[in-house]
Design a protein around this ligand. Structure first.
Ligand code: GLP
Length: 270
C-alpha cells in the first residue's frame, strides 16, 4: 500500500481522542506496511511521541505474530558524539523501545553513526543505503516545538539531504529533560534532510498534547517555509498526520478534517 497509486491532494489530518488512540492508529498503519510489503522499508523516529506506537507494535508482534523479519529500518537522526550504548543515544532508544523486542534482522536496522570520523562520507553512504534498500515505504515523524522534523531545524533547506546540523537552543532546552544538565545535550546531530524525508513514499506524522498545538497549526495551515521545516510536508503527495485532540486544538479547520475523514471512501482508507 505504501507505494500505492493514491496521491492525496492534501495532507490527511486524523484527529484521535488521546495519545493511546493516536499510538494505536499509527501502529495499525505501520503494522500494515510491514505485513503487506515483500521487503518493507520503515523510517523510524525517536522522541517521546512515538513511544506508544512502538509499544503497540511490540504488542502486535507478541500477540498477533507481526513479523519484522523482512523489514529494513532507517532512523531519522542521531546525536554527534554519543556512542551507541549511551543511554540518551537514539541507538539505545531504538533497542529499548523496539529492536530488543521484535524479530528485526539487526543487519537491516540503520541509524546515523554519531561517532563517525568522516561525517560527510557517512551521510552520503546513509543516503545511498536508503536508495539501495528501495526507498522508504513509510517514514514515521514527530514534530519539534520549533517545527523541526528529524533534526532539521528552522532555516534548513527544504531540499536538504542527510548531514550534520547544529541544534537550536530551543531544541537543546526541550531535550535537556533526558540529560542531567542542558550542557550535556550534544550541540550537533546527524539527520536525514527534509529532501530525504520528502522522498519517502508515505509520511506519517504524530503529534500529541497541547504544547504541540501551535506548531501543528503552523505546519498544516501556515505557509510553506523553511522556518517551519514540517510545513514542507504540504508538498508531499502522501502525508497523514495523526494527532490527538490537544494537539489539534489550534487548527482552524479541524471540523473540516474530521468531516473528510468520516466521509473517506473505503478504498482510500489505509
Ligand atoms: C526530537 C527528535 C525528533 C522528534 C522531536 C519531538 O528532538 N529529533 O525526531 O520528533 O524532537 O520530540 P518529542 O516527541 O519528544 O516531542
Amino acid at each position: 500500500m505504501a507505494g500505492g497509486q493514491v496521491q492525496r491532494p492534501s495532507m490527511e489530518i486524523i484527529i484521535k481522542p488521546d495519545y493511546e488512540a493516536m499510538s494505536r492508529e499509527a501502529a495499525l498503519i505501520v503494522g500494515r506496511v510491514i505485513r503487506e510489503g515483500p521487503r518493507p522499508v520503515i523510517g523510524l523516529a525517536t522522541g517521546s511521541t512515538p513511544e506508544g506506537m512502538y509499544h503497540e507494535l511490540v504488542r502486535q508482534h507478541r500477540d498477533e505474530g507481526l513479523d519484522f523479519s523482512r523489514a529494513t529500518t532507517f532512523n531519522l537522526d542521531e546525536y554527534v558524539g554519543l556512542a551507541p550504548d549511551h543511554p540518551q543515544s537514539y541507538h539505545h532508544y531504538m533497542r529499548h523501545h523496539l529492536f530488543d523486542h521484535v524479530n528485526l534482522n539487526r543487519d537491516r536496522t540503520h541509524l546515523p553513526d554519531g561517532l563517525s570520523e568522516d561525517i560527510p562520507a557517512h551521510c552520503r553512504a546513509y543516503e545511498q543505503a536508503i536508495v539501495e534498500a528501495g526507498g522508504i515505504d513509510v517514514q514515521v515523524l514527530g514534530i519539534g516545538s520549533d517545527g523541526h522534523i528529524g533534526f532539521n531545524e528552522p532555516s534548513s533547506s527544504l531540499g536538504s539531504r542527510t548531514r550534520i546540523k547544529t541544534l537550536t537552543q530551543e531544541t537543546i532546552a526541550a531535550n535537556a529533560r533526558f540529560f542531567a544538565t542542558s550542557e550535556q545535550v550534544p550541540r550537533h546531530v546527524i539527520t536525514m534532510g527534509v529532501g530525504t524525508i520528502m522522498d519517502s513514499r508515505f509520511c506519517l506524522v504524530l503529534a500529541s498534547g497541547g504544547a504541540k498545538a501551535d506548531i501543528v497549526a503552523r505546519a498544516v495551515e501556515g505557509p510553506v517555509t523553511s522556518m517551519v521545516p514540517a510545513s514542507a510536508l504540504q508538498f508531499h503527495p502522501r502525508c497523514s498526520l495523526i494527532i490527538d485532540e490537544a494537539a489539534a486544538a489550534k487548527l482552524e479547520r479541524a471540523a473540516y478534517y474530521r468531516w473528510i475523514y468520516d466521509h473517506k471512501p473505503d478504498w482510500q482508507r489505509v
